[in-house]
Design a protein around this ligand. Sequence first.
Ligand code: HPA
Length: 254
Amino acid sequence: MSEIDTAPIGIIGGTALADLAALEAGETHTDIDTPWGVPSGPLVCGHLAGRSVCFVMRHGPGHKLAPHRINYRANIQALADAGCKQVIAIAAVGGITEPMRSGRIVIPDQIIDYSWGRAHSFYDAPEGGLLDHIDFTEPYDATLSKALVSAATELNLDPAAGGVHGVTQGPRLETAAEIDRMARDGCDVVGMTGMPEAALAREAGLDYACCAVVVNKAAGRSGGTAIHAEIEATLAQGMADIERLLVAVLLQLG
Ligand code: HPA
């Protein structure tokens, strides 16, 4: 068995996965500190589907941290320090293109980053120092992404395999014109937390994939349905699907 098969898998929960009820918790680490500060919340390490996992809630307990306030570096560092080699990041997103209907699971394969002002690199010493320009041509790990698609297909969830994940600054939702521009850019879904998380995982040498669930049609595309009402109507089923999918993918990864 290789190191990657025995290491815990990191799971970053988001709006679409507030907690992980099926996780048999072993230890909850509440006192983690990293050179980048403290993570969003405790690191809960235990077992899910027989596999060792470490779980952190991106927005912290009670969903209090806004996307631009999340300490992405501390979250990724904490997972790396816990021995994780692979990370599955859960996200709630808005659907831009037609196939990205509400409730659909999407495993994106590309990113366009519209966020700004976030601490987005580990290579950040003011006096200079260690520096690497990571290759980010393919931002998500192909093997993990494939495993997510195959597990979701097995569960008849009809996942969208691939798609461009546009990442906005938030916390406000977008204007209709911003979504039109993102569509012209080629974005399929829009979220607020996909970056710099994915790039930091690459810098830290972690295999990282995103498992997103569409919880609403993006601004200006809803045909009149209020976005918040749509999110509320979709989220519970989305979370249940994601949790089933995590169990299935962990069984598959072994
Ligand atoms: N826009 C940005 N982020 C989101 C959305 C959205 O419509 N829905 C869920 N996260």
